[in-house]
Design a binder for this molecule. Structure first.
Ligand SMILES: Cc1ncc(COP(=O)(O)O)c(C=O)c1O
Length: 373
């Protein structure tokens, strides 16, 4: 078996699951690791406790490997949002972001601007929600200090062109929420300054598995405003309060959850073994299958067609009167998707099998046969 074959075989959930953008059922390896490590943490043996703790180093190294970055610039976080807040609260000046971003960004940016008074929000409101280089170029001002954007939009599945965004913003700060694409699409993260994600969706690692990378420019220009006692050089700072560390470590509050780190490291090892490029090819094909069925039954798709502008999310935009019957047909066929604001978000993974896609086709056919034009 090749690594890709064993990765494919590791998708052992029930057929019908098309909601990986919401939650990723844990991989068998992650489940086994978590069980074993829980036992180790129950032993009371220092060596066992250290063994589990070493997954923090391993997870940081694997994140760095996926990113092509330096592990010293990676820190574990409780969630994507926690990592984004570390970056956003440390900004000053104009912060540009889409009004339609996942609330991790919009709420953090608004609260930080209100609390600190030193951030000016520059909202982007493109009609289709796509944060394109042109949209950003047109809105840039001399005061724009940073752009915060999702790698893959949670609503439409649009994947930004990070390199083109970098070209447009010059040396301003680029903060990327990568949770909907990390490890699934092969992108050049070196053009970003901060990248945050978590492993409970596409990586199949469960919650608590957040992480953040801070590049050189971010370390120079973003203040570690939310820095906690672990954010200093050296050991536990007792009876003195040293300055924050000069490294990414400054952007931490407390010690990481070692069990979460074990799950994350295990999940990332699977990704590294297969290779992100192979995963991207597979996921593009599964998303392409979803688009094929939507086209066949004439259900509009808002996700871009070009594989390089999407990842695993395909969003259907049925006519308003069709949304409820379509959602009902999907549910009746045992399919799990996210239905929100009249949009149907379908999110297959690499291991989404032919049986699930067949059910999806059947659900669309049943919906189509009752549709009133
Ligand atoms: C784009 C995006 N960012 C952030 C989040 C929330 O991430 P976390 O739970 O890791 O804070 C989600 C969750 O759906 C998301 O889709």
């Amino acid at each position: 078996m090749t690594d890709l074959d064993s990765y494919l075989a590791s998708f052992d959930g029930e057929p019908g699951y098309l909601d990986w953008a919401a939650f990723g059922p844990l991989s068998p390896a992650v489940r086994a690791e978590a069980q074993g490590d829980t036992e180790l943490l129950g032993s009371g043996r220092p060596s066992s406790i250290d063994l589990v703790g070493d997954h923090v180093r391993e997870a940081r190294e694997l994140i760095a490997e996926v990113m092509g970055a330096d592990a010293a610039q990676v820190v574990l976080q409780p969630s994507t949002t926690a990592g984004l807040m570390q970056a956003v609260y440390g900004l000053a000046g104009g912060l540009m972001l889409g009004r339609g971003e996942f609330p991790s960004l919009t709420v953090a940016a608004t609260r930080a601007a209100e609390a600190l008074g030193s951030i000016e929000l520059q909202w982007l409101e493109p009609q289709d929600g796509f944060i394109t280089p042109d949209i950003v170029r047109d809105a840039l001002t001399d005061d724009t200090h940073a752009l915060a954007v999702s790698l893959v939009d949670f609503r439409t599945g649009y994947r930004v062109d990070l390199e083109a965004l970098r070209d447009v913003i010059g040396d301003r700060i680029l903060i990327v929420d990568a949770i909907q694409g990390f490890g699934m699409v092969d992108v050049d993260y070196s053009v970003a300054d901060v990248v945050c994600a978590q492993g409970y969706k596409w990586l199949r690692a469960g919650r608590g598995t957040g992480f953040a990378w801070f590049g050189d420019r971010a370390l120079e220009r973003i203040a570690p405003v939310l820095s906690g006692f672990t954010g200093v050089e050296g050991d536990l700072p007792l009876d003195v309060v040293p300055p924050p560390a000069a490294s990414a470590q400054a952007f931490t509050v407390s010690n990481p959850d070692t069990l979460a780190a074990a799950r994350l490291a295990t999940a990332l090892r699977e990704i590294v073994d297969v290779g992100v490029a192979s995963i991207e090819t597979e996921i593009a094909a599964r998303a392409g299958d979803v688009i094929f069925f939507a086209d066949r039954y004439e259900i509009p798709v808002v996700t871009p067609r070009e594989p390089e502008r999407r990842a695993g999310i395909v969003t259907l935009a049925p006519a308003p009167q069709d949304a409820a019957p379509l959602a009902a047909s999907l549910a009746n066929h045992g399919l799990t998707v996210t239905v929100r604001s009249g949009l149907v978000r379908v999110a297959p993974h690499v291991g989404t099998g032919a049986n699930t896609l067949r059910l999806f086709g059947d659900a669309l056919a049943a919906f189509s046969s009752t549709r009133v034009w």
